[in-house]
Design a protein around this ligand. Sequence first.
Ligand code: C2E
Ligand code: MG
Ligand code: MG
Ligand code: MG
Length: 293
Amino acid sequence: HADTAMYRAKRNGRNRYQFYNHQLDREQLERVELENALFHALKHQEFELYYQPQVDITTGLIDGAEALIRWNRPGHGMVSPGCFIPLAEECGLIGEIGDWVLEQACAQMHSWKAKGLHLRVSVNLSALQLETPEFCHHLADCLSRYDLESDQLELELTESILMKQVDQTIQLLEHLDQMGVHLSIDDFGTGYSSLSYLKRFPLDKLKIDQSFVREISVDQDDAIICRTIISMAETLNLKVTAEGVEYPDQLALLAEFGCHQYQGYLFSKPVPADELARLALENHNEPNQTYDI
Ligand code: C2E
Ligand code: MG
Ligand code: MG
Ligand code: MG
């Protein structure tokens, strides 16, 4: 590669062309390195699930947790999913990573249950996972191996997943719903799902995207959007979770609008499993202690 680039650059007498090619080579190299590192990570158990509490707004009690993957990459510290999930989707590793996440989340619920902690866990899904024909089977198998009720598990889907192949997706979601698994739409409001379709999917919950929550107390439009999503959800009989709640005034407005549940740094950032268990046990003894509506 480098030789060809050099040759072309000499022939054209243009240094910028040569630079451009080297730049491309380096990006490709980094990508291949990252892909290899991801393969390695799966084999050597470098992934970990963190959990962020989901808090009932009325009671102040933790009533669930979202599982969020982290990659403890040697020499790089904790890498956030935004940096590797898109690549895993492109290079076909997301299937295996997704299976690992489901397995790990179920194992965790099982071990919490043994300690008397009954928490519903939400797991994020990629489009490709839903498209694998064995998905439902794998899921059912996981739940039964860890002796879990299927309604302890929630799956988070994005609007783009739902709108991809609507008819097939409805069939699949109906199957999951019949199994008893809870279904939610993540990042709601950022995609292009049509309201008429929303009614056709057997959903349990909408998660208001954090971009609408961020300025809810200063931006009138964002406040209106949140209020509208919440009242629409009410009509459709769906629960609503607000994402990215960082300040008490955001929470106060969401409570006023009738939002059911929230997640965010105000209560806790995502934490390792043991820390989540500690938070949940503590919070059950002293609900509503961290804020004041
Ligand atoms: P998401 O599912 O919408 O998750 C919410 C993101 O917001 C998380 O980022 C979380 O750490 C962050 N967050 C929570 N509270 C706050 C807050 O108060 N303020 C701010 N600014 N951020 C907050 P994270 O963990 O980096 O995950 C990013 C995205 O990566 C997730 O967005 C999800 O789409 C994806 N992801 C994470 N884990 C998995 C996984 O196991 N499988 C798949 N397919 N995707 C995953
Ligand atoms: Mg999510
Ligand atoms: Mg249902
Ligand atoms: Mg989200």
